[in-house]
Each structure stands twice: as structure tokens, then as C-alpha cells.
Design a protein around this ligand. Structure first.
Ligand SMILES: [Zn+2]
Ligand SMILES: [Zn+2]
Length: 462
């Protein structure tokens, strides 16, 4: 009988939705899963702590999807570990290009407060992305460390995780032990995305996201019911000559909501009004269209480009948006200061006939959270430094989630017959709830909570 350890070292993320980055050391091979940037922090603090692996073998990076909390720190990582092989699905690689180029502008704004922060250039992004190896779902490949010659090959395979286009979970296998990282996962269908594929057979060690661990499933309505409610509420707003602003993330949520709205309009359930969509969301929609026959989607015959849309560019006067009924899909999803949705929200807030419809998670410190928790007549400040605004429009909150509900996650974990569960990508309450429920089932599963800098060593015996 031989024994070795599978080591999981979170370099960021772990107990929050932050700079997701997990270093896996197994039999002499070092694999980094995701290299995210913290969406709320600034400067060096927003990056994973790479110094923890300066003296360890680092061979491969596998990216699960193109959201900033999973890829945003990639150029910083490559600057420190330029020899690393990067792997991702093809849609993720293409969307990463858009996301990383776009965030240079945001990072530049941090330089005044954080001069020590050496941000990356457009040229660095281009050079780095040329080296990405694209990997298809369910096509096995090998990761073999080159820094330690006697390292053994790890068999790897990617599975669709149902979260956004190209998103994947990562399976690593060696000597009969199977490790699986879910990335961000959704186990139910959205409008475009299909439910996640499950890895076949037993998973000995599972690194699983727990975003909605503290959210009561009763507060998460069924997707179709939520579509019907959206149609009803929008029709009510349109009938009093109002418009609807939906703040959305550019990658994933924009395309899903665009698809939802058009389906409702085509089925005659929602009044047909002009739809405005923002620049990055439109670029990403083209990628959704391009890959619709190459990755699993609900209906590859539907193309987002066939949906009539007006570009939300510099020619659109934001004040004109509340003069005739329309729907505006604008990023950012949390109405972050100075983004399109933030600036448009300021116009909508002053219009008593219109509505702002939130559709997803809002961080407590975001302007979106303050708006989502306000009602008509309230006085709110969008940021700590902005002046008070009276909320004159309606605020309607919906949940169109792209993350697995906690009851689905538990069923998923038990269905994989796991021995070790490492909970991540959730706040303390979310991880605690999930951990307690798994232990309560008393199936002999060992439960760990991922914490940045805290090494988890799993004995692998064969
Ligand atoms: Zn994500
Ligand atoms: Zn995430």
C-alpha cells in the first residue's frame, strides 16, 4: 500500500466571493485552478497571495470561466510565473480577452490611490492569451509537472458547469483517486445554459462552491415563475408609460436576460418595446452565438443577434430612456459607481412611472444593494459620498440565479459519493450551513472550509 497527499492551498477566495485561486500539489505536479481578482478590494490587496507558492512547483493553470473573480488576476500571475501552461475552454479564452482588456480601464483608476500597483498592459493580455490551450468538454488531457522530473501525470477532464457559456468543472485523477473542482456551478437550466454535467463515478475529494449556502431555497423562485412575474410587472410599468432598467453583469446575465425577455415578447406575454443593450454585453452575445453548436445550450437555433436591440452607446441620451416605454439592460450588475447602470439608475430614480428591476446578488456595499433595499418615497445615498436622492421610481427585485441552490448542492454532493468536501466561494454563514447539513447526514464525509493560506492535505492511498 502506498500513500501520498493531495494538497489544496487556497491563495485567495475560499471563505468569500473574492480572488478565487487554488493551488493543487499532487505527486510533484503543481496545478493552479482559477486566478481571480477580488471585486471589492483594490491594489495588491485585490490579488491572490502568489508568494505562498514561490518555492513550490507551478506547472499548469486551469480556468473555469471568464468572470473576474476567476480570471482577473491572470496577467499578474503570468508575470510572476511566465512558464505556466494556461488551459481553458475555447469560449472562456475568448471571453477572457474581452474581460481582461476591459478591466485595464478600471485598474488604471486605482493607480492614484495605489501607485505600487503595477497594472498590466493591453499588449501583455494579447501575448498571454496567444498561449492559452483550449480544451473541449469531456476530452481527457494530461497535466504533468516539468519542474520535478519524477512527477507523475494527472489525468484531467473538463465538464460543463451550467453557470455561463464555456464554464467548467475540473476533474483530476491519479492512482484511483478522483478530485473535482466545481468552479461556479448551476444544476438547473437557465434560458440559454443547460444544467451542469456531473462527473461519472465516485469523486473522492470535492472542492465545491457554496455561494447560496445561506439562502433559503424558498427565497429563490423557480426560473419560469420568475419569468412570468417579470412579464407581469414589466407590462404594468409599460402600461403607465414607464420604462424598465435591469442592471446586469456583462458576461452571462446580459445574454440570459436578453433571451428571457425576447422569449416572453415572442410568446406574447410581454409587450414588445425597444430593448437597449450595452457594449460589452453585445460583444459577449456574439460569442454566445458563435459557440451555440459547440457547447451545450438549450436551443442552438436561437441566436441573440436576431433579437432587435438598440446599442447603448454615446448617442443615447439617458434622459430619453424614460420618455417612451423601453427595457434597458445595462452593466454593471451591482450598479457600481460611474458604470452605465449607475448613471442610468440616477435618471430612473427620478421618474415615478418607471422601475428598476434587480435580477441577482448585490454586495452589501454596492449602490445596487442600497437601491434593491429601498422603496418608492425613501431617501437614499447611492454611495457614502453622494448626495441624498428620493426614490421616485418603483424598485422590483427578482432572482435569476446562475448558482446552484443549497438543496441542489447537497443532493449533488451526496450523489457523487464523496469522502472529502472542501467548501469555498461562500461567506461564513453559507459555508457553515452547508457544512452542518453534510455532517448531519452522517455519511462519514470529512468537511473542510477553504481559507486563504490554509493548506488542506488529503491522504491518497492506493
Ligand atoms: Zn461566476
Ligand atoms: Zn465566482
Amino acid at each position: 500500500m502506498s500513500a501520498e497527499f493531495l494538497t489544496i492551498l487556497p491563495l485567495g477566495g475560499g471563505n468569500e466571493i473574492g480572488a478565487n485561486c487554488y493551488y493543487i500539489h499532487w505527486g510533484g505536479t503543481g496545478i493552479v485552478l482559477d486566478v481571480g481578482i477580488h471585486p471589492k478590494k483594490e491594489g495588491l490587496e485585490s490579488l491572490p497571495d502568489f508568494s505562498q507558492i514561490y518555492n513550490a512547483p507551478v506547472d499548469d493553470i486551469i480556468l473555469t470561466h471568464a468572470h473576474q473573480d476567476h480570471i482577473g488576476a491572470l496577467p499578474f500571475f503570468i508575470r510572476e510565473f511566465p512558464h505556466t501552461r494556461i488551459m481553458a475552454t475555447y469560449p472562456t479564452a475568448i471571453m477572457a480577452r474581452i474581460a481582461l482588456h476591459n478591466s485595464i480601464r478600471i485598474l488604471r483608476e486605482q493607480l492614484i490611490k495605489h501607485p505600487e500597483f503595477k497594472i498590466y498592459s493591453h499588449e501583455e493580455v494579447e501575448l498571454m492569451l496567444r498561449t492559452i490551450r483550449d480544451i473541449a468538454y469531456r476530452k481527457p488531457f494530461q497535466c504533468k509537472g516539468f519542474s520535478i522530473p519524477e512527477s507523475e501525470a494527472i489525468e484531467a477532464e473538463l465538464y460543463d458547469s451550467g453557470h455561463i457559456l464555456g464554464s467548467c468543472g475540473v476533474r483530476l485523477q491519479k492512482n484511483g483517486h478522483s478530485f473535482f473542482y466545481t468552479g461556479d456551478i448551476n444544476l438547473r437550466a437557465q434560458s440559454i445554459e443547460v444544467p451542469a454535467q456531473r462527473p461519472p463515478g465516485k469523486v473522492h475529494t470535492l472542492l465545491v462552491e457554496a455561494t447560496l449556502g445561506a439562502t433559503d431555497p424558498d427565497a429563490l423562485p423557480d426560473w419560469d415563475e420568475e419569468c412570468s412575474r417579470l412579464a407581469r410587472e414589466c407590462n404594468r410599468i409599460f402600461s403607465k408609460n414607464g420604462s424598465v432598467l435591469i442592471p446586469v453583469f456583462a458576461i452571462g446575465k446580459t445574454q440570459e436576460l436578453l433571451s428571457v425577455i425576447w422569449k416572453l415578447m415572442e410568446e406574447g406575454k410581454m409587450m414588445k418595446v425597444p430593448i437597449y443593450t450595452g457594449g460589452i454585453g453585445r460583444k459577449v452575445a456574439k460569442i454566445y452565438d458563435k459557440f451555440r453548436y459547440m457547447v451545450p445550450v438549450q436551443n442552438p437555433r436561437r441566436e441573440l443577434k436576431d433579437i432587435p436591440q438598440i446599442p447603448l452607446n454615446g448617442n443615447v441620451e439617458y434622459h430619453s430612456l424614460v420618455q417612451e416605454p423601453c427595457i434597458v439592460l445595462a452593466s454593471s450588475g451591482m450598479m457600481v459607481h460611474r458604470t452605465a447602470s449607475y448613471n442610468i439608475a440616477k435618471v430612473f430614480l427620478r421618474n415615478p412611472y418607471s422601475a428598476i428591476c434587480t435580477v441577482g446578488y448585490m454586495d452589501e456595499e454596492s449602490p445596487g444593494y442600497r437601491i434593491a433595499h429601498a422603496k418608492q418615497g425613501d431617501k437614499i445615498r447611492l454611495t457614502d459620498y453622494s448626495e441624498e436622492t428620493r426614490v421616485q421610481c418603483e424598485i422590483l427585485n427578482f432572482r435569476f440565479t446562475s448558482h446552484a441552490r443549497r438543496d441542489d448542492l447537497l443532493e449533488y454532493i451526496f450523489s457523487l459519493h464523496v469522502d472529502n468536501v472542501v467548501l469555498t466561494h461562500g461567506d461564513a454563514d453559507a459555508v457553515a450551513w452547508m457544512g452542518e447539513q453534510i455532517l448531519r447526514e452522517n455519511r462519514g464525509i470529512r468537511v473542510f472550509a477553504a481559507e486563504p493560506g490554509k493548506k488542506i492535505e488529503i491522504p491518497v492511498i492506493w
